[in-house]
Design a protein around this ligand. Sequence first.
Ligand SMILES: [Zn+2]
Ligand SMILES: [Zn+2]
Length: 318
Amino acid sequence: MAGRLLETKRIFGQPVYAVDIHTHSTFSDGRGTVEQNYQAARNAGLDFLFATDHGSLAQKRKVKRWPDASWGQEPGVGGHHLGLLEGRKLFRPPKTDLAAICRAAQQIAPFIWIPHPVGWYNQTWYDDQRIAELWTLGDCFAIEVMNGAGKIVRAYDAFDQKAVAVWDRLLSDGRKVTALGGSDAHTPDQIGTVWTGVFAKRRTSASIIRALNQGRCFASEASLLDFRCGTDAMGSTIGRRKGCVIKLQYRVADATGIASARIVANGATVEEIDGRNQPLVTGSLTHTVGSRPTYFRIESMASDSLRAFSSPIYICPA
Ligand SMILES: [Zn+2]
Ligand SMILES: [Zn+2]
């Protein structure tokens, strides 16, 4: 796996960091120690690891000795779970609604997100009411569109398929929702199945968290994605007058080869791309700005079916 990611990075040719934002250790219900998880992340070729145990921050002392690891927390909140990176203190969720809980978490942590937004661990499907709570979270937030809980070979399953469908509905309703991938590893061998590709300036938690907050990231099982409009990266909001023509550029890399990719706008596929199993696929499409906001995102499938999903670019008629 490390070999594939290293070779894919070489082909991609742009600086990007593969970050696992979501792992569990023996400080909560994980079977691996923080040390074993860290070693597994290195073996998988990942650039950074966050140790996000459930009700603990004791892992913080352990990860602080490594420059490429940091801490987080994943408490259960109402019906959902909530991910926090680098909380100043242990988060004890207030017994209120999800939106108020998120606002409280943002007071102590520089980045929060909703893990596995439609359910978890191959068994627990959230009902429609719980999923509808995502619509109360304001205009801008982040969710895992791929979660690897219980997975070793690949993460993408029926839960992730539904998470992506819910994501498109949120985006179509005008929300700005960043795409994340978290292994949710409870054993070290699950680390590397899915991660978040982050366009951070430096391999530091501060730089990674800044990029996550800007939506400069994508969820991936293996491939690397770039999607931009000129100098505006994924996650950007671009204001243009109606009738203005913009050009969106994509770059998809995978050492194993890209089978296909597609560009999605407002819930519908607007471009199908045949990757012909090439390791690097690049191209562009043009869009005439209309009278309503539009989002664009790209997703890819490698020759062995592994997936990647970019965060969107948001086009706003100015
Ligand atoms: Zn969880
Ligand atoms: Zn978890």
